[in-house]
Write a protein that binds this ligand. Structure first.
Ligand code: G3I
Length: 359
């Protein structure tokens, strides 16, 4: 299904229609690509990609994005099966795709408790902080050295908690902030020019969990700063949820606090879980577009936001549509449909980029 910008503006999204009427001529031109709408404002637009990306998706990504993120290929559990044993081929494929298409690469993720170095887990329990620093430090050295042109790294993924500053999970609870400060210092020593990032989930919703998480993330960032840990940006994943709607104003306030700590913000894993929206897919597409619009038109007011990355820019290759091909109601989380048609969400995002202040 192809939806033109004109039909998006007619679609009944009252907010956007009101803005379009009130400010004629400000809106983005019909043929502007997302990456150009973003770059005009100093914002990189990107997408997560699979290592075996289909030709159709590859074409859309190469056309619309200036940056890619390997969705799974760089995760510790997928990359290393034993000490010194690395399987590079999946990640290599993404880096080759990026190079062939002039795309920058963001590396995700050097540390994640959910996809750890499985072979090191048991020793981590017994041998303590120094072993954890050395094992993950060596892993980061090997990965960063293989892909030295990577513009930025999620050195740490999902370490903050809701009930406490750090997530109550192994090995965060045992080793605390010292482990993470060391891993940041280690990454900086190997990648002097790359932006170093902490990437966090569940920061943007209106729930009490999200509110608590925002506070804990600020506490964590301050605590790392006190230890002199090198850090350039906070990744705000932005898995928007129709059942737990985002609170864009609270998120914008939070971005102000993060910026005052001297950090950039990367919207790093955007998509929409649409299960609480209409079952008619056209109406649902409008609701999804409106959600992207409400979130981005507010949060992009923060000049600290330097990146907008989708966690799969098409419904064809997106983790929320995995294994749903037999379902009557398939999720429609992304900007392009399964046939690479632009959905209302595409126009909403492009409009939000076009109206964002420059940075
Ligand atoms: O490749 C195998 C396939 O061979 C096998 O048949 C199939 C059976 O389940 O599994 C396939 O691997 C799956 C892989 O995705 C590729 O589709 C894994 O089971 C599955 O666990 C993995 O899920 C990924 C998940 O992280 C866990 O690593 C998702 O694709 C990926 O989108 C998701 O991304 C995370 C970010 O890294 C961090 N933030 C949250 C985000 C969403 O959960």
């Amino acid at each position: 299904m192809h939806v033109s910008r004109r039909s998006f503006l007619k679609c009944g999204l009252t907010n956007l229609c009101a803005v379009a009427v009130a400010a004629p001529g400000v809106a983005s031109a019909e043929n502007v690509l997302l990456k150009d709408a973003g770059l005009a404002k100093g914002i990189d637009v990107g997408s997560a990609v699979r290592s075996r990306v289909s030709q159709e998706v590859a074409k859309v990504v190469a056309q619309e994005c200036s940056l890619v993120v390997p969705e799974n290929a760089l995760k510790p559990a997928n990359l290393s099966r034993g000490p010194g044993d690395y399987r590079w081929s999946d990640a290599d494929r993404t880096y080759e795709f990026a190079k062939a298409n002039g795309l920058r690469v963001h590396g995700h993720a050097l540390f994640w408790h959910k996809q750890p170095l499985k072979w090191a887990q048991q020793q981590l329990d017994g041998r303590g902080l120094q072993y954890a620093i050395e094992t993950y430090g060596d892993f980061a050295r090997a990965v960063i050295s293989r892909y030295p042109n990577t513009v930025s790294w999620d050195v740490l993924n999902e370490i903050a908690g809701t009930r406490s500053m750090l997530r109550n999970a192994h090995p965060m609870s045992e080793f605390g902030v010292d482990l993470f400060a060391s891993l940041l210092h280690n990454a900086r020593s190997i990648a002097p020019r790359a932006a170093l990032v902490i990437n966090e989930d569940n920061l943007e919703s209106g729930t009490s969990e999200s509110r608590a998480k925002r506070k804990n993330v600020l506490k964590l960032l301050k605590s790392l700063k006190e230890r002199g840990a090198p850090l350039n940006a906070l990744g705000v994943q932005g898995h928007l949820n129709s059942a737990r709607l985002p609170d864009p104003e609270a998120t914008l306030d939070f971005f102000g606090d993060v910026q005052s700590l001297g950090l950039d913000i990367y919207l790093s894993e955007l998509d929409v879980r649409d299960s609480a929206f209409d079952s008619d897919f056209r109406r649902r597409d409008d609701q999804i577009a409106e959600l992207y619009w409400k979130f981005l038109s507010t949060t992009l007011k923060s000049r600290a936001v330097k990146r907008v990355v989708f966690w799969g820019i098409t419904d064809a290759e997106n983790w929320l549509t995995n294994g749903t091909s037999q379902q009557k109601r398939r999720p429609r989380p992304a900007l392009f449909d399964r046939y690479m048609g632009r959905k209302p969400a595409y126009y909403a995002v492009r409009e939000a980029l076009a109206r964002a202040p420059g940075r």
